[in-house]
Design a protein. Structure first.
Length: 278
């Protein structure tokens, strides 16, 4: 046998997947470049710039408070003012819907980059999360102002809000990755996302309390993962005024985990052909 060492090709199960996740870390600078570019594009071309992040949620809160609180006379939770109840629901909904809208169209929006340069394509939809988080941060100031207006102050529950922020992001990322892959293959699919978001706004407990749903339907209603997220936000903001329905919240976690897995799986399986389809 020849004593000279020879190169051997080693095929190891899962090696390609581990390399892919390592590449995500290696290309982290590209992630931040794309994220800050999306932030600049979002506000540079608007007349009022960042102030739009104040105006939109505030006006939505006013409309929902009038329609659901004054006209429909739906109940609030405990002694919480209806405006605070609504805004506590708007916070996670606006964050999730912003990520879903932006991330789903992000791959086709970066067609030149995708077709010419190698990098983990997952970076593109993930980079859109920063825009949603900035809008969310601005909305927190509005919430603080509304609560101060009504003489309210959060208790220790507010310390757990970051947990529900992460959950809201995960709820949006799963469907967004799946939608991004579908839009690359079927361009007309991009028209479905705004419609789905609009429907989701009214079937999720944004403008009303989930407690108005009959008890026997509560668990089924929690198949909508935004129910658990919104309930979690209200629990963190309103404290004892809004008890958390734990079975429904647990079900929302399971649905979120499944959608996240399915979204990543679909995106990873499809992204190999992005450069050819885009």
């Amino acid at each position: 046998m020849n004593d000279q060492s020879s190169e051997r090709l080693i095929l190891e199960a899962g090696r390609a997947d581990r390399q892919y996740w390592w590449d995500l870390w290696r290309y982290r600078e590209l992630f931040f470049i794309l994220a800050w570019r999306d932030v600049a594009i979002r506000y540079k071309q608007t007349v009022i710039g960042l102030a739009w992040a104040f105006v939109r949620p505030f006006m939505t809160m006013v409309v929902f408070t009038i329609v659901f609180g004054k006209l429909a006379k739906l109940p609030t939770e405990g002694a919480a003012p209806y405006a605070v109840l609504v805004f506590a629901g708007l916070l996670p909904w606006t964050l999730a819907s912003s990520i879903l809208n932006d991330a789903s169209s992000s791959v086709t929006g970066n067609a030149q980059l995708v077709s010419k340069v190698y990098f983990p394509r997952l970076i593109i939809p993930l980079a859109t999360v920063l825009v949603g988080l900035i809008d969310f941060g601005v909305s927190l100031f509005i919430l603080a102002g509304v609560m101060a207006w009504y003489g309210m102050a959060p208790d220790w529950h507010i310390l757990l809000m970051p947990v529900f922020v992460v959950l809201a992001v995960l709820v949006a990322i799963g469907p967004a990755l799946w939608a991004a892959a579908m839009i690359v293959k079927y361009r007309d699919f991009r028209f479905v996302i705004p419609f789905a978001v609009q429907v989701g706004l009214y079937v999720s407990p944004v403008g009303f309390s989930a407690k108005i749903i009959p008890q026997e339907w509560q668990l089924l209603y929690s198949l909508n993962p935004m129910v658990g997220v919104i309930d979690g936000f209200r629990w963190a903001i309103l404290g004892g005024e809004s008890p958390l329905y734990l079975p429904g919240f647990a079900l929302s976690l399971v649905v979120t985990a499944f959608m996240l897995w399915f979204g990543i799986h679909t995106f990873r399986r499809t992204e190999r052909g992005f450069a050819d389809m885009i």
